[in-house]
Design a protein around this ligand. Structure first.
Ligand code: Z5A
Length: 211
């Protein structure tokens, strides 16, 4: 039986990386073989593209379409070298961000045309979609406050309105895909968020095993 593909999404600082500890515990307790990966990144070339995307600082404006193409270039590599082979072997794949991030950041945030993004998605993913997406949601100020003391990458230096648009785009995606995207209230304490993720993921594991 092929493994399940789980993604974690949300604006900066909402706790995606923190929530990976809960995901590890829940899947480990269920005896599931899994690997954790991230986007952009996850392969040698993908990590080099990530470096460019997050830290390119030549003073040259970067078009939203350029960002989208680089995200999908990294994704094509990631899908064929890491994600698809692991799923085929029956492992679960947990990915810190995936294509919903492109629709939210490049689509919602930068205003890149949705049809252009759909065309890239269809060509690169060939029907592969996450089976479950955990969307950690909190107002922009909450995420910002949590990462205030960190040095900021190219995205994190954007203005508040940009992240408001990204958040709205994520919530729109959740509204359109209620069976796949589960919204987690990330304003709660770390412990409460962990409990909610454990409950949602636990239910999903039970359903997946019963299929
Ligand atoms: N990007 C894109 O534009 N298009 C795409 O298609 C893709 C990505 C795939 C890199 O992402 C960038 O790539 C990203 C979008 C773009 N833009 N940015 N910036 P990333 O995932 O590597 O980077 P990130 O979103 O900036 O991650 P982050 O800042 O590390 O946020 P996080 O992982 O959600 O948060 P965290 O590290 O788990 O937690 C932040 C702090 O809050 C930390 O001190 C925690 O201890 C604390 N925390 C966590 N949860 C709580 C709760 N519940 N209460 C209190 N404090 C908490």
């Amino acid at each position: 039986m092929r493994g399940a593909f789980v993604t974690i999404e949300g604006i900066e600082g909402v706790g995606k990386t923190t929530s990976l500890d809960t995901v590890r515990e829940t899947l480990g307790r269920s005896g599931i073989a899994f690997r954790i990966t991230r986007e952009p990144g996850g392969t040698a070339l993908g990590e080099r593209l990530r470096e460019l995307l997050l830290h390119a600082d030549d003073g040259e404006p970067v078009r939203g379409e350029t960002e989208a193409l680089l995200m999908f270039a990294a994704r094509a590599q990631h899908l064929s070298l890491v994600i698809e082979p692991a799923l085929e072997r029956g492992e679960w794949v947990v990915c810190d961000r995936f294509t919903d991030a492109t629709f939210a950041y490049q689509g919602g945030g930068r205003g890149v045309d949705t049809e252009f993004l759909e065309c890239l998605r269809d060509g690169v993913q060939r029907g592969r979609e996450p089976d479950l997406t955990l969307l950690l949601d909190a107002p922009v100020e909450v995420g910002w406050a949590r990462i205030a003391n960190r040095s900021h990458d190219r995205f994190e230096r954007e203005r508040k309105e940009f992240f408001e648009r990204v958040r709205r785009a994520y919530l729109y995606l959740a509204e359109r895909n209620p069976a796949r995207i589960k919204v987690i209230d990330a304003t709660q304490s770390r412990e409460a968020v962990a409990r909610e993720i454990d409950a949602v993921l636990g239910r999903f594991v039970a359903e997946w095993k019963a299929r």
